[in-house]
Design a protein. Structure first.
Length: 713
């Protein structure tokens, strides 16, 4: 067995070997096959580098195509075989460690660029030949006039032996002479071509200037012109040519004949069309791809005044489950069927559907009244997905979430429109899916702001943008300050001071909550040490610091060790620290989750069950939780704004306090805003409280001042 190439250079040389073996038989080179392979090796390296470059450079592909012509690979079959090799083997041997879908797309674009470079180089070479032929024809015509037989023979040899089609006509357009190449291109005999008039060869695809240039030439107003022109063959097929027409003058400079040189570009044109199709259409579904869709969207957004657009952004609900349970092959068949159904939904002028990738599709409608048509289009799409899809004998129910963006042309860029549609689609998915939602600029702004905050979070901690405010914990019996809860804030450069509700969920989602929580814990414990040093050890004991723990921190393996390290480094007793855990985080918690909390409690750290009363937990679970404090949610204090409070609410709080005390748990109440609330909570037996009635969260100096007032009062 032959070993596969190991290193990148081995794989590159293997690619060059395969390429040379495919192309060498159809080249006109005098080199041996190994020598030809050495010529292709640097071209293979250029393609490999372009495939893996950070930014795609079509110039590399064009340069390789031109280099093939320079290497005498001028036969169209040489280009076709080269493109087949690049398509089959470039990603295999030169892109093993990249995103295969992206590399395939790049490979297609490189093939398109190679074909363009090959065509341009071959055109330059052909034009050079054409100039030589035209000069020979002029010389020959002059010599014919002088009856020089030898020059006539040389002209005839060039005329008949040329690989491109040549025809000579008089100024009225009557064809006088044609060579064999031209006869083969048209598939006609010399008798059927000679005597025809040039003006008969019109074609629906003729460029507007085609016949204007012709008229100027036969009038003697121009010497030559060059353009791409189509001709109809007798069998009904189309012949595409690069056509150059030159004016031949007599010895006195008077116009006498016209000379046409034709290069058959039909195969090359078909190849370019195929490459263009592959570059702009999804390989799996045949729908237009992201690149093609952006072209159409950009054109729609650039339409004139009075034009509008409507866009439906579709994402299939639960498609990942199909891939995971039935395999990617079944998922692909599902996508093909969905694509066919979506294609049947866009039948009106100005409508199209495309696949952006994965299970995401977009449908576009344009015109003066897209407010109505885009809703109708979304409804058609939802109806098209209703019928189950059969895959591998299973009937799969397909649902989708659609985000709709509609508006006038000329106000937004394609990227902005697609971003709004994407945001709206996820809003529909978050609402339960199987529905469509209209874009909401305010909702978009919130999501964009949220994304901006998420992006800025990783570096905000390094830049020192976070700070901590402290809200005092007050003993309801004597009104003394017993400690404070640490509340982190973000001083954002653009948005100002942000509360934890704006960024803590984002930090939990990104995993930054672990380093952020560690920083808050360390800063708060250091602050507790400073309070102890300034406040001293009065009868009430040292001020305690309460720090919140998120669910992510609870499951982090370094929680206990980080806490121990911080306490030892700062010299703060564990009894001065209280870690607050929300009730919802501990509902149904198993022993593995509770183990770190138990270890911390055994060290002397207080564990508080925060937001108690909101999680619907079983009160019997309190016996197995390593908590020493219950923090009643602020909802319990809302009905105590007036004195006396609702008797039912008082009974509920009284029952909770009684239960907590029977389990040796202290009770802290949040959200105390009035003296009436504080008094009723004191009567009910609550131990400590916090809220705006005592103080809003503030800098650590304010807590020290409050503590001093209590100590001297």
């Amino acid at each position: 067995m032959i070993a596969e190439p190991d290193g990148p250079e081995d794989r590159l040389r293997r690619f060059a070997t395969i390429w040379s073996r495919a192309v060498f038989p159809v080249t006109s080179t005098s080199s041996t096959r190994p020598e030809f392979e050495e010529q292709l090796l640097p071209l293979a390296r250029t393609l490999s580098e372009a495939l893996r470059a950070r930014t795609f450079d079509a110039g590399a592909g064009r340069a390789v195509g031109a280099a093939l012509v320079d290497a005498h690979c001028t036969d169209p079959e040489a280009l076709s075989r080269s493109l087949d090799c690049v398509d089959a083997y470039l990603v295999l041997y030169c892109g093993e460690d990249g995103d295969q879908e992206d590399l395939r797309a790049r490979s297609s674009r490189l093939q398109h660029a190679m074909a363009a470079g090959f065509a341009a180089a071959l055109r330059r070479r052909t034009l050079a030949e054409q100039e030589a032929i035209a000069q020979a024809a002029l010389n020959a015509q002059g010599v014919v006039a002088q009856a020089l037989h030898a020059t006539e023979a040389r002209f005839r040899a060039v005329f008949e032996g040329a690989a491109i089609g040549i025809g000579i006509a008089d100024l009225e357009g009557n064809v006088l002479q044609v060579n064999g190449a031209l006869l083969r291109m048209f598939g006609l005999s010399e008798q059927s071509l000679r005597g025809r008039n040039v003006r008969e060869w019109t074609h629906p695809d003729d460029a507007p200037q085609t016949w204007r240039l012709y008229d100027e030439l036969v009038r003697g107003e121009r010497e030559h012109y060059h353009l791409e022109k189509a001709f109809c063959r007798p069998d009904g097929t189309v012949l595409w040519t690069n056509l150059t027409v030159s004016l031949l003058r007599d010895a006195d400079g008077r116009p006498q004949y016209q000379l046409a040189l034709m290069e058959d570009t039909t195969e090359r044109r078909l190849l370019n069309l195929r490459l263009r199709y592959e570059a702009t259409h999804d390989a799996l579904t045949g729908l237009p791809n992201r690149s093609f869709f952006f072209e159409r969207l950009e054109k729609a957004l650039g339409a004139g005044e009075g034009q509008r657009f409507g866009l439906c952004y579709l994402d299939l609900d639960g498609f990942k489950t199909v891939n995971d349970s039935l395999g990617h092959s079944a998922g692909d068949r599902l996508l093909v069927e969905v694509a066919d159904r979506l294609q049947s939904c866009v039948t009106a002028p100005g409508e199209m559907v495309a696949r952006l990738g994965g299970d995401e599709f977009v449908a576009l409608t344009t015109g003066p009244d897209t407010r109505r048509t885009v809703d109708e289009l979304a409804a058609r799409i939802m109806n098209a997905l209703l019928a189950p899809i059969s895959v591998d004998g299973r009937e799969l129910t397909v649902r989708g979430s659609i985000g709709i963006v509609e508006g006038p042309a000329g106000e937004r860029s394609p990227a902005e429109v697609l971003r709004s549609a994407d945001i709206t689609m996820y809003r529909a998915k978050s609402a339960g899916g199987n529905r469509f939602e209209l874009a909401d600029p305010e909702a978009d702004a919130r999501v964009i702001t949220r994304h901006g905050l998420t992006t800025a979070l990783p570096t905000a901690l390094d830049r020192g943008e976070f700070f901590i405010e402290y809200q005092p914990l007050v003993h309801l019996g004597d009104g003394s300050v017993r400690g404070a809860e640490a509340l982190v804030r973000w001083l954002h450069p653009q948005h100002g001071v942000l509360g934890p509700d704006r960024f803590i969920p984002l930090a939990e989602h990104t995993g930054l909550i672990v380093p952020l929580g560690r920083w808050v814990l360390e800063q708060s414990v250091c602050q507790a040490r400073e309070w102890r040093e300034r406040h001293g050890g009065d009868a009430a004991g040292p001020l305690r610091i309460n720090v919140n723990l998120s669910p992510c921190q609870l499951t982090h393996p370094g929680l206990v060790q980080d806490t121990v390290d911080i306490l030892e480094r700062t010299g703060v007793d564990p009894e001065a620290l209280c870690l607050e855990v929300t009730e919802s985080a501990l509902i149904g918690a198993d022993d593995d989750l509770l183990k770190p909390l138990r270890r911390l409690a055994e060290m002397g750290v207080d564990i508080a069950l925060d937001d108690f009363g909101t999680g619907y937990s079983n009160l019997a679970n309190l016996r197995r939780l390593p908590v020493s404090i219950l923090k009643l949610d602020r909802s319990f204090t809302q009905s105590m704004q007036q004195f006396p409070a609702d008797p039912v609410d008082l009974k509920i709080v009284e029952g909770i306090v009684s239960l907590a005390h029977s389990l040796d748990l202290a009770v802290t109440v949040e959200g105390v805003e009035t003296g009436a609330q504080a008094e009723q909570l004191r009567i009910l037996g609550c131990d400590t409280a916090q809220g705006w009635y005592y103080a809003r969260p503030g800098p650590p100096e304010r807590l020290h001042e409050l503590a001093l007032v209590d100590a001297t009062g």
